[in-house]
Design a protein around this ligand. Structure first.
Ligand SMILES: *[C@@H]1O[C@H](CO)[C@@H](O)[C@H](O)[C@H]1NC(C)=O
Ligand SMILES: *[C@@H]1O[C@H](CO)[C@@H](O)[C@H](O)[C@H]1NC(C)=O
Ligand SMILES: *[C@@H]1O[C@H](CO)[C@@H](O)[C@H](O)[C@H]1NC(C)=O
Ligand SMILES: *[C@@H]1O[C@H](CO)[C@@H](O)[C@H](O)[C@H]1NC(C)=O
Ligand SMILES: *[C@@H]1O[C@H](CO)[C@@H](O)[C@H](O)[C@H]1NC(C)=O
Length: 360
């Protein structure tokens, strides 16, 4: 019966690791990759050998008599014993992610106590963009990005030094390779200008990493009364401009009409004089004008086109006189190489022969 009691007592001591002879601390360790990890193992009374194991692999062995046995680069131990208390600190240099897991203090023939170690990685944190300006009462959306963390960091926000309510932001993270990239979006209403801070934290960090920007809150844009004034000004200016345009248009139209009327009268006058002239020449009392373009049949004398300037010519041969009007084509065609020669002849019967030669 007594032995059974002793067994239960030992089992209880063994399981709790508290009341037993061997104590390990801390039992949960969060360490940053590349830094040092430290654990203390202590007991009352003597021991022979104390072994330290990482995930079941022996890292170091300590003898109560002679201290650390063998040597290792990454692992070491420090003697903190005093009086009847045996106390040794186990130090791991340059902890790696694969060191995560169980760290055990195995005191031979007495007890083994296991602690948990988590090796973590700290990334960066930044609020996207620079200082923001928002109008009072409107929503500002701020993005915080935190890449290169393990495990995923907890992102939180603070405004003017005080924590922002959890309902105002959404955070998410995704694993990329062996690291987490975290993002948080804060939707905050502008009330007073203040610094806004994004905080990224993991247990291994004693203080969170932060990124801060300044949120400037501006008064709302012009009040409605200012708008009506602006609209009124724009409308009145526009109206005045329209009126000016209308007046200008009317004046222009009147001028054009007058001009058209006067030119019509001039045309009429000209027509009248011309008809009088034709009546005079028709009476055969006025001799015809000299036809500079006239060439006797058979002759091919070149006449410069400028000599055809006269609008008409007359030729007297025998008893008849003809007045022919030749339009002033040649003058207008002077730039081209076309020279037109016209020769008019009259045979004995008074029949007029027209010969047109076009030389290019
Ligand atoms: C281990 O114990 C020593 C002495 O009490 C103390 O200075 C040291 O900080 C302890 N180490 C840990 C990791 O608790
Ligand atoms: C550990 O330290 C104690 C107290 O200073 C000392 O008595 C003991 O000899 C040391 N042990 C070793 C192995 O150095
Ligand atoms: C842990 O990883 C390092 C490289 O990061 C490697 O050298 C070492 O062997 C690994 N240890 C274990 C126990 O896998
Ligand atoms: C957070 O996400 C949920 C679901 O997508 C959405 O309903 C909510 O409005 C978001 N809150 C903020 C502050 O973005
Ligand atoms: C943001 O605002 C703060 C406070 O007004 C100022 O000191 C800082 O220079 C500003 N930063 C940028 C990038 O404008």
């Amino acid at each position: 019966m007594a032995s059974l009691h002793k067994f239960y007592a030992l089992l209880l001591l063994y399981l709790t690791g508290e009341v037993s002879g061997v104590q390990l601390e801390p039992l949960n360790a969060f360490v940053l990759q590349g830094s040092k990890a430290r654990f203390n193992c202590s007991l009352e009374g003597d021991f022979e050998v104390m072994g330290w194991l990482i995930n079941g692999r022996l890292a170091i062995t300590i003898s109560m008599q002679s201290g650390v046995l063998g040597n290792s680069q990454r692992f070491s131990a420090t003697n903190f014993s005093s009086g009847t208390t045996q106390r040794w600190e186990f130090i791991i240099q340059e902890v790696q992610r694969n060191d995560s897991g169980a760290v055990s203090c195995d005191v031979q023939n007495i007890q083994t106590v296991v602690a948990q170690m988590s090796v973590q990685e700290s990334g960066t944190v930044a609020i996207v963009g620079t200082n923001v300006t928002v109008t009072e009462g409107s929503l500002a959306e701020l993005w915080c990005v935190a890449p290169g963390w393990f495990p995923a960091p907890e992102l939180s926000w603070a405004k003017n030094g005080s924590v922002v309510d959890r309902s105002l932001y959404n955070s998410s993270s995704e694993l990329q390779g062996s690291m987490f990239n975290a993002t948080s979006v804060l939707r905050i209403r502008g009330d007073v200008s203040a610094p806004v801070e994004c905080r990224a934290s993991i247990p291994a960090l004693t203080a969170p990493l932060t990124s801060t920007i300044y949120m400037v809150v501006e008064a709302p844009v012009p009040a409605p009364t200012d708008w009506t004034v602006l609209i009124a000004v724009v409308v009145s200016i526009g109206g005045f401009a329209l009126l000016v345009l209308l007046i200008l248009g009317i004046v222009f139209c009147c001028k054009r009409r007058k001009k058209a009327k006067s030119s019509y009268e001039e045309e009429m006058r000209r027509a009248r004089t011309q008809s009088q002239l034709s009546i005079v020449s028709g009476s055969r009392q006025k001799p015809g004008q000299v036809n500079l373009g006239y060439v006797a049949d058979g002759q091919t004398t070149d006449i410069p086109p400028s000599d055809f300037n006269d609008s008409g010519y007359s030729q007297t041969n025998g008893s008849s006189t003809f007045v022919t009007h030749i339009p002033d084509i040649l003058n207008s065609n002077q730039t081209s190489n076309v020279h037109m020669r016209a020769t008019n002849t009259l045979d004995g019967n008074g029949i007029k022969n027209h010969r047109h030669a076009t030389i290019v």
